[in-house]
Design a protein around this ligand. Structure first.
Ligand SMILES: Nc1ncnc2c1ncn2[C@@H]1O[C@H](COP(=O)(O)OP(=O)(O)OP(=O)(O)O)[C@@H](O)[C@H]1O
Ligand SMILES: [Mg+2]
Length: 190
């Protein structure tokens, strides 16, 4: 993660009272994410990281199961282009460009779970750089297990258990991350 980027104004905390609210947060994130964005999901076992990813993917029309790829490290999802552009609020211009250039038929989203990684170097073997090609979106559970090899995040979402529900912290790590957080704040606060 980038040490140089600092925008403490946008550091944002909120309560996520139940599972449904966690999927709604995932769906809200999906609305403001750009292609190529890397999101770290930090939090203990059972914090709700995968629940957030499920909400994110469902927002783009994915109906199948979404589970932590604990043993396979990464689960790829191909999202329908139209679904993506119809739901997402930021990539409209890119859509117009891609109509001429025919960039991709599908939007690639990679859900990583690095829990079982014994050494960050293992990410080199699975070809992490090929996955994160600047167009694919990556949502990464247990990013600390890949420290040193894993590319930096645009946004870190920290999830902490509470007596009831969870507290989340949104920590932008790039201009792109800041944009996402400011949009989330503006569009989901009462
Ligand atoms: N905001 C919330 N409040 C209460 N329960 C929640 C919340 N978000 C998720 N949960 C519940 O927490 C449980 C664990 O969620 P989930 O599998 O998403 O965790 P995880 O962080 O991905 O765990 P792991 O590190 O083991 O993969 C699920 O039963 C889910 O319904
Ligand atoms: Mg999980």
């Amino acid at each position: 993660m980038s040490e140089s980027y600092h925008n403490s104004n946008l550091h944002h905390q909120r309560q996520i009272i139940n599972e449904e609210a966690m999927t709604e947060l995932g769906a809200a994130l999906a609305k403001w994410i750009k292609l190529g964005t890397i999101v770290y999901l930090a939090g203990d076992l059972g914090a709700g990281k995968t629940t957030l990813v499920r909400g994110f993917l469902r927002a783009f029309g994915h109906h199948g199961a979404v589970k932590s790829p604990t043993f396979t490290v990464v689960e790829p999802y191909s999202l329908d282009n139209n679904m993506f552009y119809n739901y997402n609020k930021l990539e409209v211009n890119l859509k117009l460009k891609s109509d001429n250039e025919l960039l991709t038929d599908f939007i690639k989203v990679y859900h990583f779970d690095l829990y079982r990684l014994e050494d960050p170097e293992e990410l080199e073997y699975i070809g992490i750089r090929d996955y994160l090609d600047g167009q694919a979106i990556a949502l990464i559970e247990w990013p600390e297990k890949g420290e040193g090899v894993l590319p930096g995040a645009d946004l870190i979402i920290k999830i902490v258990h509470q007596n009831k529900g969870r507290e989340i912290e949104l920590l932008p790590q790039s201009e792109n991350g800041s944009l996402i957080v400011s949009r989330l704040i503006a569009n989901t606060e009462n």
